[in-house]
Design a binder for this molecule. Structure first.
Ligand code: ATP
Ligand code: MG
Length: 570
C-alpha cells in the first residue's frame, strides 16, 4: 500500500478525555475516530488490525469446533421478556420501537436469539453437542464509556454458544474453548493470565476470565505463583487469616466518641489496635436492608454479598437509610440494637474477636468489650472479605499478589438457565425431554487490540506485536527528488508485494523528520529506509520498532532478512 494513496492521517492533538495510552495512541495514529461517546469509526488502517485479530480468532475457534454464523443486532423484546432480562438488564439495554409501536432492543449479547433458534431447529440428543459463534457488533449503553475501544458502547465481540446433553460434554467443550483462547492470546504475543471469575447468581458453575496484564486495567486479579491460584478479586477466596489472641471477657461499656466515626479515629481515640475495632456497613438491596460487620481494616466484597443474598442489586445505604436502621448518623453503626427487619451478617474474619469495639447505634458513641454470643449474635456468618495482596492463598502456596488486568475474554458454564427459560429442549436417549446444557464464550475484539497497545508502546508511539500490526513492514524513501532513491524504493516495494509481505510504502513528499516521527507513532514492527547516502554504497537501513536496533543490509539481501525477522519469535 502506498501511503500517498492511503487513508492514514496521524494527529498531534488528542482530546482531554483520552485518559489511557491505547486510547490516545489509537486516535493519534489514525486507527479510530470518535463518532459519539463510546461509538467509534475504524479507519482503513485501524480496521486492518482488527481484521488480523478476527482471522486469528476464527482460525482457533474453528479448530475448537465452532461454526461461524451471524445474528441480528436488532432483537425483538418478546425474546428478552421470555428470559426475564427485559426487566433485569436495566439501562445498559438500549430499547427502541418500530413504526408499528413494537418493542425491540439493540443486542448487548445473544443468548436469547441463539437459544430460540437452536430450540426450534434441534430436538434430538443425536444433534448435540453443537458450538456456534459469530463476530458481531454489540451495543451496551454503558454508564461510563471510556478508554476508547476498551469500554465502548458499540463494540465488536466474538461470542460463542455451545449446547450439550450432559455436564461432562459441556466440560469437554469448555476446556477446548479455554485452550483456544490461550492459543489466540499467545498468537497475539500478549502477556495474559486466565483467572477464576464470579459466576453471579447462577452459581456453582465454572467461569474464567482472560486478563491482559496492564497498569491501566479496570480489573484487579490476585494470584500465587507457587500454587497457581489466580482469580478476579471479585471471586477470590482467601486461606485462613491469623487469629488474634483470645482474651478473658470484660464488661461491655458505652464510651463517648465525639466526632470519631472512622475506624482509625476510634482506634486512636480509645488507644486500641485497629484490629480490635469492627465496622458495620449498611446496604440497601432488593432483599431488604442488610448490615455487614467487617474487620475494621478490611473491605467488603460486594459481589460475594450479592451472591449470598441472591440479590439483583446491592448498594451502600444512603444517610437517611442509615439513620432509619441505626438511629444514628453514618459512622456509629454496630451490631447491637439495630432496627427491626435489618438482617445482620457478620464476616468470618470478626468471629475470633474478643472484647472488640463497635458502633453503639447512637450519635457519638461506641461500645467497648463486646463479645459474640453474650452481647450480639448475627443472623448469619459468611465469607464476605475482599481479598487483598498479602492474604494467604486458599491453595496454601503463601501470599497472594495483586495486579491489574484488562478483561479481554470471558467463558462461562451457563447450565440450563436460558434453555429452560426459552424452551430449548432435546429428546434424550431414554426418550424424555430435557433442557439443553449451555456454555457461552465472549472475546472483545476492539478491547483486545486496545489491550495489545496498552502492553506495547513507548513515549513515541505504538510498538505493534507483528501478528496484530496493520502492516508488517514500513518502507520509507527519504529523498523523493533523488531518482536513484525513488527507483530503489520502488524496486523493493515491488519485491515485497510479490513476496506477499504486508508492506506500507511511505512515498509521501514529506521531510524525513516527519516520516520518522510518524513511523514511530504508527509502530509498524519492521522498518526499511532507503536514503541517498547508504544507497550510494548499495545498502539500505533496516530496524525494528521494538528495539530500535539498526543494521545496514545490502539491497539485494533485504527480502531475505525481512523473511528472517518475520519468522523469528516475537
Ligand atoms: P465488563 O466487566 O468489562 O463490563 P462484561 O463482564 O460485561 O465486561 P461480557 O459480557 O463477559 O463482559 O463480554 C465478553 C467480552 O466482551 C469481555 O470480556 C470484553 O472483552 C468485551 N466487552 C464487554 N463490554 C465491553 C465494552 N463496553 N467495550 C468493549 N468490549 C467489551
Ligand atoms: Mg459489562
Amino acid at each position: 500500500m502506498r501511503w500517498s494513496h492511503y487513508y492514514l492521517y496521524t494527529t498531534r492533538e488528542v482530546p482531554a478525555d483520552a485518559e489511557v495510552p491505547s486510547h490516545r495512541l489509537m486516535l493519534r495514529a489514525g486507527l479510530i475516530r470518535k463518532t459519539a461517546a463510546g461509538i467509534y469509526t475504524y479507519t482503513p488502517f485501524g480496521w486492518r488490525s482488527l481484521a488480523k485479530l478476527k482471522a486469528i480468532v476464527r482460525r482457533e475457534i474453528d479448530r475448537a469446533g465452532g461454526l461461524e454464523m451471524s445474528m441480528p443486532m436488532v432483537q425483538p423484546a418478546e425474546l428478552w421478556k421470555k428470559s426475564g432480562r427485559w426487566q433485569r438488564y436495566g439501562k445498559e439495554l438500549a430499547r427502541l420501537e418500530d413504526r408499528h409501536g413494537r418493542e425491540f432492543c439493540l443486542g448487548p449479547t445473544h443468548e436469547e436469539v441463539i437459544t430460540t433458534m437452536v430450540g426450534r431447529d434441534l430436538s434430538s440428543f443425536r444433534q448435540l453437542p453443537i458450538n456456534l459463534y459469530q463476530i458481531q457488533t454489540k451495543f451496551r449503553d454503558e454508564i461510563r464509556p471510556r478508554f476508547g475501544l476498551m469500554r465502548g458502547r458499540e463494540f465488536l465481540m466474538k461470542d460463542a454458544y455451545s449446547f450439550h446433553t450432559t455436564a461432562e460434554c459441556l466440560d469437554t467443550t469448555y476446556q477446548a474453548m479455554a485452550a483456544a483462547y490461550r492459543k489466540i492470546f499467545e498468537a497475539c504475543h500478549l502477556d495474559y493470565t486466565m483467572v477464576e471469575a464470579d459466576t453471579g447468581a447462577i452459581g456453582g458453575s465454572d467461569s474464567h476470565e482472560f486478563m491482559v496484564l496492564a497498569q491501566t486495567g479496570e480489573s484487579e486479579v490476585v494470584h500465587n505463583a507457587t500454587d497457581g491460584y489466580a482469580a478476579n478479586v471479585e471471586k477470590a477466596e482467601i486461606g485462613a487469616l491469623r487469629a488474634p489472641a483470645q482474651e478473658e471477657a470484660v464488661d461491655r461499656r458505652e464510651v463517648a466518641t465525639p466526632g470519631a466515626s472512622t475506624v482509625k479515629e476510634v482506634a486512636e481515640l480509645l488507644g486500641v489496635d485497629v484490629l480490635k475495632v469492627v465496622k458495620t456497613l449498611l446496604y440497601q438491596t432488593d432483599q431488604g436492608v442488610v448490615a455487614v460487620v467487617m474487620r475494621g481494616d478490611r473491605e467488603v466484597n460486594e459481589v460475594k454479598l450479592q451472591n449470598l443474598l441472591d440479590a439483583e442489586f446491592v448498594a451502600m445505604a444512603n444517610e437517611a437509610a442509615v439513620r432509619e436502621a441505626t438511629g444514628a448518623p453514618v459512622g456509629f453503626a454496630g451490631p447491637i440494637g439495630l432496627a427491626e427487619g435489618v438482617r445482620l451478617i457478620a464476616d468470618e474474619s470478626v468471629r475470633p474477636l474478643t472484647n472488640f469495639v463497635c458502633g453503639a447505634n447512637k450519635d457519638d458513641a461506641h461500645f467497648t468489650g463486646v463479645n459474640w454470643g453474650r452481647d450480639a449474635e448475627p443472623d448469619q456468618w459468611a465469607d464476605l472479605l475482599l481479598a487483598a495482596a498479602g492474604d494467604p492463598s486458599p491453595l496454601g502456596g503463601g501470599e497472594l499478589v495483586s495486579s491489574r488486568g484488562i478483561e479481554v475474554g470471558h467463558i462461562f458454564k451457563l447450565g440450563t438457565k436460558y434453555s429452560e427459560a426459552m424452551g430449548c429442549d432435546f429428546h434424550s436417549e431414554g426418550g424424555g425431554k430435557e433442557p439443553m446444557i449451555m456454555g457461552c464464550y465472549g472475546l472483545g475484539i476492539g478491547r483486545t487490540v486496545a489491550a495489545a497497545i496498552e502492553q506495547n508502546h513507548d513515549e513515541d508511539g505504538i510498538i505493534w506485536p507483528i501478528p496484530l500490526a496493520p502492516f508488517q513492514l514500513l518502507l520509507l524513501s527519504l529523498n523523493a527528488k533523488d531518482e536513484a532513491v525513488t527507483a530503489a524504493a520502488e524496486a523493493l516495494y515491488g519485491q515485497f508485494q510479490e513476496a506477499g509481505i504486508d508492506v506500507l510504502f511511505d512515498d509521501r513528499k514529506e521531510r524525513p523528520g516527519v516520516k520518522f516521527k510518524d513511523a514511530d507513532l504508527i509502530g509498524i514492527p519492521i522498518r526499511v529506509v532507503v536514503g541517498a547516502k547508504s544507497l550510494a554504497e548499495g545498502q539500505v537501513e533496516m530496524s525494528l520498532r521494538r528495539t530500535r536496533e539498526r543494521e545496514m543490509v545490502a539491497k539485494e539481501g533485504v527480502l531475505a532478512r525481512v523473511r528472517e525477522l518475520l519468522a523469528a519469535p516475537a
